[in-house]
Ligand binder design. Structure first.
Ligand code: HEM
Length: 133
């Protein structure tokens, strides 16, 4: 059995939070059509419940992300740093558009901010893998 160390714990928490933030959005989006058939207010009620775990997960991503940066600080230069900066822009877009999506009143606002949240979250995920690849 391989030995567990703090890098294991750090990446486990980071990836776990990423599965909630990214995977949760994809799952909720897939459920919306059937939830809508149950009642106009049901999708929003489900989204509110998801937010109860989504935002703490986003918080864990930021805290473990900073921990990641400390752990790999010797690599924070050149193309690695450029990739990380692009990733952090994607993370910021994902957080801001998620907040705007939660407050959106119009179907267009819900759709546009929801799509931007999902696309930027997927970009952050891909860039995260690129960093460790
Ligand atoms: C939506 C938000 C985020 C997602 C989906 C995400 C996803 C990921 C994933 C999947 C990995 C690869 C883990 C592995 O291969 O074991 C990773 C690595 C990394 N992430 Fe994130 N991340 C997010 C936010 C952040 C933030 C906010 C920071 C910095 C403050 C950050 C910094 C890093 C660093 C430095 C690594 C490389 C860690 C290493 O090589 O040990 N991430 N991220």
């Amino acid at each position: 059995m391989l030995s567990v160390n703090w890098d294991t714990v750090r990446l486990f928490l980071h990836v776990l939070a990423a599965t909630v933030w990214v995977g949760g959005q994809i799952t909720l989006a897939a459920l919306v059509p059937v939830l809508r058939r149950l009642g106009a207010e049901i999708p929003r009620a489900a989204a509110r419940r998801f937010n109860l775990i989504a935002w703490p997960a986003f918080g864990v991503l930021i805290v473990t992300g900073i921990w990641n940066m400390v752990a790999v600080r010797s690599q924070l230069h050149g193309s690695y740093l450029t990739t990380l900066i692009i990733k952090l822009v994607a993370v910021a877009i994902s957080g801001v558009t998620a907040a705007l999506h939660a407050r959106a009143k119009s179907p267009a606002g819900l759709a546009v901010f929801g799509a931007l949240t999902g696309i930027s979250a997927l970009a952050a995920l891909f860039l995260g893998i690129l960093l460790t690849g």
